[in-house]
Design a protein around this ligand. Sequence first.
Ligand code: CO
Length: 221
Amino acid sequence: MAKSYEAIFENNKKWVEAKISDNPEYFHQLAKTQNPEYLYIGCSDSRVTAEDMMGAEPGEVFVHRNVANVINTLDMSSTAVIQYAVEHLKVKHIIVCGHYNCGGVKAAMTSQDLGLLNPWLRNIRDVYRLHQVELDAIEDEAKRYDRLVELNVQEQCINVIKMACVQERYILEEQPVVHGWVFDLRTGKIIDLEIDFEKILKDIQKIYNLTDSDWVMSRKK
Ligand code: CO
């Protein structure tokens, strides 16, 4: 339901009052520090509300959202978010959450010039190319679209696991663990794709190993 601009400030006032009536110290405590266990990376889509669908409160989830939940090492914003979350906040879980009916993924399946979106959605076209045999074998276009959403999540999880800060901290502390989710707008449910984090990490380290585990462990001492 669309709200008027003024209504947002009215809602904010009510929200503040509700929080304070439950706990007069609420904002005093909130201002002190943050200690989230989760980094959530999702799509900018207005229908996919990170904290709301997870039932999470302020302070519980560190959030990054962009068009079609893409992680690319050339994107300073998402890589800075991940590095900060892993090295400073020491999150225990990193979630990459895509969603069915994703406009970004749909756009990447079309043959048209999308201007500035071209280089961004190229990341998803690359996912299609990597999984072209599987995707082209799906005759039903809607099913193919759903599957590309899932494969995009899987590949973006791999992009997170490729990062040195993630590999290094995992050697030291066996966390963060990376999870791939899809939010189903049609049911409201979160689906865990149950990606095998340990196996992906092991497999990709043949190529993307950015850490010398002996060196990492020696620094720990
Ligand atoms: Co989307």
